[in-house]
Design a protein around this ligand. Sequence first.
Ligand SMILES: Nc1nc2c(ncn2[C@@H]2O[C@H](COP(=O)(O)OP(=O)(O)O)[C@@H](O)[C@H]2O)c(=O)[nH]1
Ligand SMILES: [Mg+2]
Length: 215
Amino acid sequence: MTSRAKLKNAEWNGLIRNKQDNKMHIISSTFYKSFTKIEDIKTLGLPEIAFLGRSNVGKSSLINDLCRNKIAKTSQTPGKTRLINYFTVNNNLLYFVDLPGYGYAQVSKQERASWPKMIEEYLAKSEHLRKVFFLLDIRRMPNEMDKAINDWIKQVPDIEPVYILTKYDKLSKSQAQAAKIKIALELFVDQSRFIFYSVTKNVGRAEVLKQLDEL
Ligand SMILES: Nc1nc2c(ncn2[C@@H]2O[C@H](COP(=O)(O)OP(=O)(O)O)[C@@H](O)[C@H]2O)c(=O)[nH]1
Ligand SMILES: [Mg+2]
């Protein structure tokens, strides 16, 4: 077992960074476990990097793209992810945590309401959380649920969330800039905390990995 808490900084850096370029590389990734309830979560206590956002925003695609490995299931039909999925990265160095996508319309009201609760509980209770990537579709303005979740993220101590605007390829450069400004204003977040991402056009990957350097 390798835990962040047990690693000295130098050891951590040695594991996480490539000696040639001194950057974070993902050299291995595997599915760890899925959980349906926060109480059930049992891990090795590795540091956790959480990915959250609305259903269909591109969470699974982002995880797969970062890992260059199809470990997370992606879907044309949104709302399938009712689970908290844990992936192990770099041989038990850390976990990527794929949180359930919220806001999917085609499920019962009760179920729809239960997912954000799960996310709120995770954010409030997770002891090993080190980083939160909050994904937003670049073409959509944040809705009430996005705003509520943003407020919960801001309450997590010692976490500076990073905002990823997904599907950057769907807009022109000027449209994307305008969208970023609007979304940042809507969420009361500084624009510098936003990263454009496109899986299809290969935009943003290095910038996101850089965030992991600074854990
Ligand atoms: N054009 C484009 N489509 C994307 C991108 N990322 C994800 N998608 C598509 O968006 C849909 C939902 O993606 P998925 O990763 O399953 O979203 P999740 O529900 O948040 O996990 C899929 O059809 C993906 O192919 C992107 O960067 N560009
Ligand atoms: Mg998914």
